[in-house]
Design a protein. Sequence first.
Lengths: 255, 582
Amino acid sequence: MLEAENLCKFYGSVMAVQNVTFTLEPGQVLGYLGPNGSGKSTTVKMLTGLLQPTYGEVTYHHQNVHKDLIAFRKILGYVPEEPNLYPHLTGEEYLDMVGTLRAMPPSRKSTRINSLLELFSLWPHRHVTLGSYSKGMRQKILLIAALMDNPDVLILDEPLSGLDVTSVLIVKSLIQALSAQGKAVFYCSHILEVVEKVCSHLIVLRKGHVLAHGPTSAVREKIGKSSLEDVFLDLVEDVDITQVVTDIVGVVASP
Amino acid sequence: MISRTKQWLEERRCAFRRSPFGCLVELFLGRMFRGAGDAEAGELDLGVGVILVLLAMPGLLVSLLMLEKYGSLIRFLSGQGAVDPFRAALPDEYLFIVLSVSVTGAAALWRWDTIFLDRRDYANLAPLPLSLGAIFFANLCALLALTGVFTFVANGASVVLFPIAVVGSRPSLSLFLRFAAGHAAAVFAASFFSFFALFALAGLLTALLPPSAFRRVSLSIRFVSVVALLILLATSLTVPDLLKRLSIANAHRVALLPPVSFLGVARTVWAGANDAFSASMARAAMIAVGVSLLTAMVAYAFSFRRSFIRLPELADARPMARISYFLSLLAFSRKLPFRSSTERACYHFVSRSLLRSTAHLQTLLCFLAVGLVISADAFAAGSHQFSTGPSAVPTVEFLSIPFILGYCTLVGIRFAFEIPLDLRANWIFQLWLDPDRHDARSVVRRALLVFSLSWMGPPVLLVTWAYWGWMTALLHTAIWCASLLVLVEMLLIRFRKMPFTCPYPSFQSHSPLLAVGYLFGLYIFKSWLPELDQWSVLSPINALWIIALVVSAFAGLYWYRNQMLDMDKRLTFEDLSRSTFL
């Protein structure tokens, strides 16, 4: 069980996240929604132990993760927002490196790498350097790297970015299948339709504050909206979408 | 026995590589050799083999020349009898030490950005179950291994060949071993000193400066370091002569130069403990190595904390701010020579890319550093004119200064054009530029002239006017401008792309020929053109010959371009991903 208690993060005097509290149970998929700059990535960095919270703590099975980061990261699979990989390594070499650094037994490591490369349709490209991969291919490599050691907790920051339609369908089903197996999944995204379909629970964030938290259907009912898109617009955005569109067209079409 | 040892070593090596620590060391070594960023985005990724060959080449070539110089037959023919090898080889030992310092220093400056861990390392390694200590020590091990490889490769050939050249014909094995040990100790220590001193400098800058300032200052420091290394290399022309004339014991002032201290190491090994002065020089050299190593380690520890552990707290570094002032100064130059909006947009892209991209600016500054050092040498050679009072005609050395600087600037910019930026961004030029018009070449031509004539022209005219009058000034400036115009046309003779938008394999394939061409061009601009310039200054009627020469050069270039096929003039884009010498 992963818990965040009153997480706060300040960069100097700038507040990025304030009083974020939630519990992520095994088998749960928690969606984390918010507009750009709302503090999603900062929360993710604190959950993975990359950032130390200014106040509050992240615990796993009631142990502060910062007390034994190495042990926590052994059970953690993380897909970052940006696929910032080593361009001089091939896809296979990168995964082999991650497996070795995770201290996976060699036989299990190579079996899993080969199978996952095949299943993610990257087998023909395994000897190509990552510098030549498309964004979607890099994203697949990140997904394989996160999954290959069978982690108990998955933290996914925009995992569908750049993926083709088939891969998106596979990953969406995969997340549900993994949660059914008892994995805890923290899912951070902008794509409301996917969050609505995949996540059992939801947190909506704005300017570092939690606006809504609970089961997805409960959040929707509480706000009294039929779709998550309407919920999101109602809670987060102050702008009149139609007016903004009209203004843009006006600027583009102006002489 | 040997095969069992080999097998055991191979097993140990495989086991090390399979361990997380060994895997990290291998990863860091790979990034140090290959560069930290995308090879297609402003990195000269030459591959490990080419890097090692480039490092080994200077030592190897000089060593081969020594085989000839110390050959018994040559000595017999030049009337030299038996000589004391330790004394005779001292000037050449100095040359090897300087070469060792310069080559290793150049390698360290080249790999400056990859020595320390960056955002990519953080993004890939920090979420994995690894201790920070393992990452710290793995990078340190990779660094020490890199130092060892650079040192060994840069000096390997001379350690074997130089002793063979000097004492190979003597029957005594102990003499040979003593000479080889002294030489090896001196050049290896010099290499270590050079690498660790620059490493310490980079580490201190990373540890002390905020990331935005680091980028700007680091470029300036590297430029100064390149100039210092070139000056050091240039001392190999004068110091050996001084050492020949002076007794080493009396050469206290010369001994202040770091490479001379390393001569003390060689002499101490060669002569044992007999020479107190050499022993004190050797002590100073070893202290210098120790201090540079210690400073490098301390700086590394601080910079690791600053640049790696605290990385997620820091914002991304923004483009270099000072460049924007320079760009605003250049803004007026955009309006004059660039008429159409396409030309202005292309020039905008070229000037900003050249001045904002570290890799491109670094390349240009390297060429400029070479130009500055050669110009300084020319100025020193020509400065006697000022001490002996005013004369009617400037010396060839003085006249050569703007020629050298102009040549190095233009060739440097042209070279930088071959290093690609992000190729994925090329769609914008492919979409907007007409491949059958020659907008790109005309923009590049004018950009080259703006970047050379605009800042060098006024001082050339004013300084020459102040010392030798308006006639000489006008004539000299006109000849200099005409030479640069011809050079620009020659540099662009087969140029048919937007700068920075194509990968460089085709450029790499004929780069050795280009290097020879660049050297030949430098010779022409350093000696031949200034002599012609002086000749026409002495008698302005001679300038008619120069006009004829320039006109025929332009006519020749025009004819050559006209007989080229249309397909060879078409604007080209190569979207293929990077390719390296492997």
